[in-house]
Design a protein around this ligand. Structure first.
Ligand code: CA
Length: 502
């Protein structure tokens, strides 16, 4: 049953009671209309190039409450012998490690999805992208109140929180699946139809209807039914749920998963709806595409296409700079990749709002991608924190983590737990004395840069001037006009020997 309430401007908080009559007896439902208690400026702050975002997977960071590792009635508990199974990390563990994160110089934390994912153990939904209740924190991560406590604790330290959301799909154990509210709630296929995962089909001027249909209406995987955002009731549900979370928890931003897979008119409408309610908010859309022109299409203000579409998004994940940072540091002569990538920034209306990264939870660890070279990780971190964009660091990369095993073992090898985050760990990377020399060198390098960056306005908003790489060396400046006139010179030297700039 869907009930729409039109509220008068002077409506007062209180409890509304609905009664539904039925031959078997009446059902009553109490709905609490809550006062708006949060103060403007203390939440929904948004994020920008002034920030450094830390991406973490709550299951993998720290286990602060072993009592919630396995919850009676939930399909999956903890199995620490299987890297692709749930490990037991939770909100309580993060709250206990905020000193570490604050000390690193981070200003925002992006958590992979925290919604209930009550899926079967074979599926391993510790990653959170198969929601079974969009209004509840997964109890193995904690309660809604614990999540709010975490957000408040971050705010008390001047750190922001970015919530990961998914409007493309849910998990197949979602209660909607047993009895969908309408016959077109999900996009259905006569036989199982999986998305082609080719985001270009959403904007390709030559796309066939069948390819576009596959991309948008195919299921992400068998366990993730595809939502039909053209259904107005579902659209309203998703819009209102988003505003509810911002108001309920006090988050500052959203990372929207699989932005190019749902109905794109709905997605633009969703951005406008949220931003109209919270004008200081910000959203970054995951647009994992193959080329710069594809990526630019999803940032608001793009006028390079004839279809007139505007995705309304201010921030988009910058996979193209990610690829360039990987290729650019894979050997000693490829820094040209970085130069060439950034030379295409004229395609964007505001390139400084793109979210840049070395790696994330969906790709092999950066150090693994650059051949295990920890020095390359440190150089790339310096570029990430000084070139244009909103830098995002994947947990563990500040410690030069490599994949924990072969890629063939599954995505779990890219998402290892933080040593010291679990009560029975034999060492702790949170303690300086317990770090390996390579971890210590990298984390101190990162910390110095990130702490300096907090007030280095020239790196937040200054202009970028880059020079064609020569002899394995790439030079660029971030600089401001007078009266400030600050400038930062960055020299990346991939040679084994010091380079004579003269
Ligand atoms: Ca736990």
């Amino acid at each position: 049953v869907f009930q729409t309430l039109d509220l008068a401007p002077d409506v007062q908080p209180g409890t509304l009671t609905f009664r539904f009559d039925h031959p078997d007896g009446a059902l009553t439902h109490a709905y609490e209309l809550r006062p708006r208690t949060r103060q403007p400026g203390t939440y929904a702050q948004g994020f920008s190039s002034e920030d450094v975002i830390y991406l973490m997977m709550p299951d993998r960071f720290a286990n602060g409450d072993v009592a919630n590792d396995s919850i009676p009635g939930y399909l999956e508990g903890v199995d620490r012998s299987d890297v692709n199974a749930r490990q037991g990390g939770d909100m309580r563990g993060v709250i206990a490690r905020l000193d570490y994160l604050d000390d690193l110089g981070l200003t925002a934390i992006w958590f992979t999805p925290v919604f209930e994912n009550d899926m079967t153990p074979e599926y391993g939904a510790y990653h959170g992208y198969a929601a079974t209740d969009m209004y509840a924190i997964d109890p193995r991560f904690g309660t809604n109140d614990e999540f709010i406590e975490l957000v408040d604790a971050c705010h008390a330290r001047g750190m922001k929180v970015i919530m990961d959301m998914i409007h493309n799909h849910v998990g197949d154990r979602h209660w909607w699946m047993a009895d969908p509210p309408t016959s077109d709630w999900f996009n259905s296929w006569e036989e199982y139809g999986q998305t082609n995962s080719v985001g270009a089909a959403a904007l390709d001027p030559y796309a066939s209807d069948s390819d576009r249909d596959r991309l948008l209406n195919g299921w992400f995987v068998r366990e993730m039914p595809d939502l039909n955002q053209k259904n107005e009731l579902l659209a309203q549900y998703l819009l209102q749920k988003t505003v509810w979370w911002i108001e309920h928890s006090g988050i500052d931003g959203i990372r929207m998963d699989t932005y190019v897979y749902p109905d794109k008119d709905y997605m633009a409408r969703w951005v406008d709806y949220v931003m109209a309610e919270f004008p200081t908010f910000n959203i970054v859309g995951e647009a994992w595409l193959q080329r710069t022109a594809h990526q630019a299409y999803w940032q608001t203000g793009f006028e390079g296409h004839t279809d007139g579409y505007d995705a309304r998004l201010r921030s988009v994940t910058d996979f193209q700079v990610h690829y360039a940072l990987v290729r650019g540091f894979q050997d000693h002569s490829s820094l040209f990749e970085l130069y060439i990538q950034l030379s295409q920034d004229y395609l964007y209306d505001h390139p400084n709002d793109l979210v840049t990264f070395l790696d994330n939870h969906d790709v092999p660890r950066y150090r693994t991608q650059v051949g295990g070279d920890a020095a390359a990780v440190r150089m790339a971190l310096a570029v990430l924190l000084t070139t244009r964009g909103i830098p995002q660091v994947y947990y563990g990369t500040e410690l030069a983590f490599e994949n924990d095993g072969d890629e063939a073992l599954g995505h779990g090898v890219r998402r290892q737990t933080m040593p010291g985050g679990w009560p029975d760990d034999d060492r702790s990377v949170f303690e300086a004395a317990d770090r390996t020399p390579e971890e210590a060198l990298t984390v101190e390098h990162f910390r110095a840069l990130a702490q300096w960056r907090k007030t280095a306005e020239v790196v937040h908003d200054g202009r970028l001037t880059q020079f064609v790489p020569r002899n394995g060396t790439y030079v660029y400046f971030r600089w401001e006009d007078e009266p400030n006139g600050d400038a930062v010179m960055v020299v990346v030297n991939r040679n084994d020997e010091p380079y004579d700039l003269g």
